[in-house]
Write a protein that binds this ligand. Structure first.
Ligand SMILES: Nc1ncnc2c1ncn2[C@@H]1O[C@H](COP(=O)(O)OP(=O)(O)OP(=O)(O)O)[C@@H](O)[C@H]1O
Ligand SMILES: [Mg+2]
Length: 147
């Protein structure tokens, strides 16, 4: 189900879109960030983490694969799987063991997950239209019990 489409004309607008999604996500949610290199995935995640009430600096986790922000009861786990070479390495990183009810999991380059993609997730797609323009689509896949 598509929940948002919009054009983000600046990095600031993409940040704000991430901040807006933070109002909806909660612990246990998974957010998959899809888009080409430099399309603005990390920029969106910066807004998401900020909107979630965490003021930790959000940097691209390309070299560490996983960054964790926030206190234990309000975590955002931010992964960038670009450099992952295969499922074997994914298991080594232990990312999927981290899926827990108390963290929001945000994953750049989720294509690397293959069949291990969590069934219920938000899918955020950033398409580059122009040097600064991005077409943003946010979809919700699967469901989760709402209380
Ligand atoms: N509308 C926009 N939205 C997001 N970023 C933009 C936009 N316009 C320009 N930019 C710039 O594009 C770059 C996006 O970088 P960012 O690290 O967020 O992308 P990424 O998709 O995470 O890349 P990677 O695949 O390397 O992880 C930044 O330098 C940002 O300032
Ligand atoms: Mg990135």
């Amino acid at each position: 189900m598509i929940i948002t489409t919009r054009i983000c004309r600046t990095a600031e607008e993409t940040f704000r879109a991430g901040r807006d999604l933070a109002q909806e996500v909660r612990e246990g949610d998974v957010v998959l960030m899809v888009g080409d290199l430099g399309s603005g995935k990390t920029t969106f995640v910066q807004g998401l983490v900020y909107g979630y009430g965490l003021f930790d600096p959000v940097t691209s986790p390309t070299f560490n694969i996983v960054h964790v922000y926030g206190p234990p009861d309000r975590r955002v786990i931010h992964a960038d799987l670009y450099r992952l070479s295969g499922m074997h390495e994914l298991e080594t990183v232990g990312l999927l063991d981290d899926v827990d009810d108390r963290a929001v999991m945000v994953i750049e380059w989720p294509e690397r997950l293959g069949g291990a993609t969590p069934r219920d997730h938000y899918r955020v797609l950033l398409q580059v239209l122009d040097c600064d323009e991005r077409y943003l689509t946010i979809e919700r896949h699967g469901g989760r019990p709402r209380t």
